[in-house]
Design a protein around this ligand. Structure first.
Ligand code: SF4
Ligand code: SF4
Length: 405
């Protein structure tokens, strides 16, 4: 019998109060104007901004959920399109919940779970990613035996065989993607430089399952989650450090009750190490840098300050805030698995974010999420922008004179 992580599962009807009480006030459609200085940057729902009709905003999706739950409407192609163009960025939740105590993001997530349960979701365009997960246990469809290759030569411990203090959970993108591996290596070197015994699971690490949960397939997500939990607990590591905010969010929200290790994102551990002077940036990094808050790291987990403290520790670095920052951050365009099905739409959102960074006069846009890094680079390229998209940890390594050569 499959092990369930959650004793009682939430289903769409449990959120009936939320979607029934939605007042159609549409506060979820944009940032609160008193918090974002420039009107050009008020709009903050990627799906609604792109596709315009109300059903692409949380306000409309709440009505769709209510009507679908009461069997007033069916899962038409239009409904499915609006459901899977949502980037699950959580801006609607940020605008709505503090004022109304209503959870539009959760309604969308549970609509997707309904779609999968009833067989009308996800989309055919998601199938290659699902095939990769089924055949290779990772999102990229690459050999699982190569999952630990990113760390070759770093001297990390094999956590399945050796005792570790910190277990790095690398995630699919940082494990395999050429353009992202340098960031994973920087983070690993920085963590090891604190004196902790740092290890990885290598080929023993599976996809965290976040993409499945985002698409609405909770059953399948739980099989990945349960297998990872067994393997992580077997290492007896005190702390599991995730490099990817998507891993961090499912670990904190879903794995946590069964996980014996404390879950932290790398930015939290490294920012603390700087505070304790275990890492001391002393090389000039004369750059004007804008920080992009990844939705999962910021809005979802509330990790806003550690990355800013890391940037502030770099001598010569000038950090600027984007007009949409912290709780008002704009999705990079790669959230909710939407760009898998609608790549032009994802790139369109990324270009908007790059434009916003250019508006501040920043030379580079730093972040700490593989999904964001990749999509923002794509956006910068599509815009023909000179803006450089940097990873937080490679930037920090410049500040200690130890970047990868
Ligand atoms: S989801 Fe919340 S903010 Fe949006 S229309 Fe409904 S009540 Fe208003
Ligand atoms: S989660 Fe993001 S993309 Fe989806 S409706 Fe809310 S603000 Fe729009």
């Amino acid at each position: 019998m499959k092990k369930r992580l959650t004793a009682t599962r939430e289903v769409l009807s449990d959120l009936r109060d939320d979607f029934s009480l939605c007042g159609k006030c549409k506060l979820c459609q944009a940032c609160h104007v008193q918090e974002v200085e420039h009107a050009r940057f008020w709009r903050n729902c990627p799906a609604g901004t792109r596709f315009r009709f109300d059903n692409y905003y949380a306000s409309g999706r709440m009505e769709m959920a209510r009507a679908y739950e009461l069997c007033e409407i069916e899962a038409t192609p239009g409904l499915i399109h609006s459901l899977y163009t949502c980037m699950l960025c959580g801006s609607c939740q940020q605008q709505c919940f503090p004022l109304k105590q209503i959870n539009p993001l959760r309604v969308t997530e549970l609509m997707r779970e309904t779609a999968v349960r009833e067989g009308w979701g996800p989309l055919p365009e998601h199938q290659p990613a699902l095939d990769n997960l089924e055949e290779h246990d990772n999102l990229l469809g690459l050999p699982q035996a190569d999952r630990g290759k990113w760390a070759e030569g770093l001297g990390l411990k094999s956590a399945a065989q050796e005792e570790v203090d910190i277990l790095i959970f690398t995630g699919c993108h940082y494990s395999y993607k050429e353009g992202l591996i340098p960031a994973a290596r920087s983070a690993a070197r920085l963590l090891a430089s604190t004196g902790a015994r740092v290890g990885i699971l290598g080929e023993g690490e599976l996809c965290c399952g976040a993409p499945l949960l985002e698409l609405g397939d909770r059953d399948w997500f739980e099989t990945f989650a349960w297998e990872n939990i067994q393997r992580i607990n077997a290492t007896q590591a005190k702390t599991v450090v995730t490099l990817c905010p998507h891993c961090a969010s499912v670990f904190s929200e879903e794995y946590a009750p069964e996980l014996e290790a404390e879950v932290m994102h790398a930015s939290q551990v490294i920012s603390q190490a700087i505070k304790e002077k275990k890492i001391q940036p002393n090389h000039e990094v004369a750059q004007k840098v804008a920080w992009h808050d990844p939705c999962r790291l910021g809005r979802r987990l509330g990790i806003y300050d550690p990355p800013r403290r890391i940037l502030a520790s770099l001598p010569g670095l000038e950090m600027v805030e984007l007009p949409r920052h912290r709780g008002n951050t704009l999705c990079c365009g790669n959230g909710g698995m939407a760009a898998y099905a609608f790549p032009d739409y994802g790139e369109w959102v990324a270009q908007e974010r790059v434009f916003e960074a250019e508006f501040t006069g920043a030379e580079s846009l730093a972040t700490s999420c593989p999904w964001c890094e990749e999509m923002l680079r794509q956006g910068a390229k599509a815009r023909g922008s000179d803006l450089v998209v940097e990873n937080l940890f490679t930037l920090l390594e410049k500040g200690i004179g130890g970047e990868e050569r």
